[in-house]
Design a protein around this ligand. Structure first.
Ligand code: NAP
Length: 251
């Protein structure tokens, strides 16, 4: 029997990241569940183990170079070399431009853009050595522009250029890089958005659904299904793509 592929999912303590981690584990991969909150990672890892999978909880702050180096080395040692990386960790610091602080800007850039850069750079050596790799970056429909999200939109659009460039550089090593651009997904992140806007989550959903041809908002499982496909061995000719998962056309 060949040993299972090793996946590393960032921001995996909850929301989309947790769903991706659980889905990849159900697909037969061993999964490193990485997030800031180690205890929350351990809960997700325990759920994976009780469903019969193999998981390791690992604290990683993706915006911190030494934390990334430590975390990736720990995964390689304890679970095996990570050859599937899902750059999912994310934060919001929404504000209209005139109110956006330097900190709002740099926090979002540090987690989404710098974090995906640091993680991909740290993991790519394991992938090129194995002659196989899958990098999946979480972009967003906000990359196309969204009021109150100059920082987030710039980071998520930046991730699309980052994705295409890694696809060009790493393709010949058997490593694909793709991005998923979700629309409205029901998670703590969108609940926080509702709070910030001073509306209930139900009101935000009701308003959001009006613009979604599928007639519903998305779930973390909708995103996990696409990540699962992109991580597959037979998805190796899909490279440098941005897949909008938004219940209808975007772009
Ligand atoms: P979420 O529920 O807020 O989860 C994000 C996770 O990332 C949290 O566990 C968070 O930890 C963690 N995180 C934050 N900063 C981190 C860091 N520096 N290092 C490691 N982990 C960190 O968000 P989500 O809705 O699942 O979103 C997941 C990804 O999808 C994000 O990249 C987001 O931008 C993207 N996305 C989401 C939607 C949506 O509608 N939900 C739409 C488009 C794109 P803490 O809780 O400790 O901060």
């Amino acid at each position: 029997m060949t040993s299972p592929r090793i996946a590393l999912v960032t921001g995996a303590a909850r929301g989309i990241g947790a769903a991706v981690a659980e889905r990849l584990a159900a697909d037969g991969l061993a999964v490193a569940v990485a997030d800031l909150d180690e205890r929350a990672c351990a809960e997700v890892a325990a759920r994976i183990a009780s469903a019969g999978g193999r998981a390791l909880a690992v604290p990683i702050d993706v915006s911190d170079e030494s934390s990334v180096a430590r975390g990736v080395a720990h995964v390689a040692e304890r679970l095996g070399p990570p050859t599937v990386l899902v750059n999912n960790a994310g934060v919001l610091r929404d504000n209209l431009l005139f109110r956006m602080t330097n900190d709002d800007w740099s926090t979002v850039m540090d987690v989404h853009l710098r974090g995906s850069f640091l993680m991909s750079r740290a993991a790519q050596g394991h992938m090129t050595k194995a002659g196989f790799g899958r990098i999946v970056n979480l972009s967003s429909t906000s990359a196309l522009g969204n009021r109150g999200q100059a920082n987030y939109a710039a980071a998520k659009a930046g991730l699309q250029g980052f994705t295409k460039t890694l696809a060009i550089e790493l393709g010949k090593f058997g490593v694909t890089t793709n991005a998923i651009a979700p629309g409205f997904i029901a998670t703590d992140m969108t609940r926080t958005t509702a709070e910030r806007m001073g509306v209930s989550f139900e009101e935000l959903v009701e308003h959001g659904v009006k613009d979604i041809p599928a007639g519903r908002v998305g779930t973390p499982a909708d995103i996990a299904a696409v990540a699962s496909f992109l991580a597959r061995e037979d998805a190796g000719f899909v490279n440098g793509q941005v897949i909008y998962v938004a219940g209808g056309p975007k772009d």
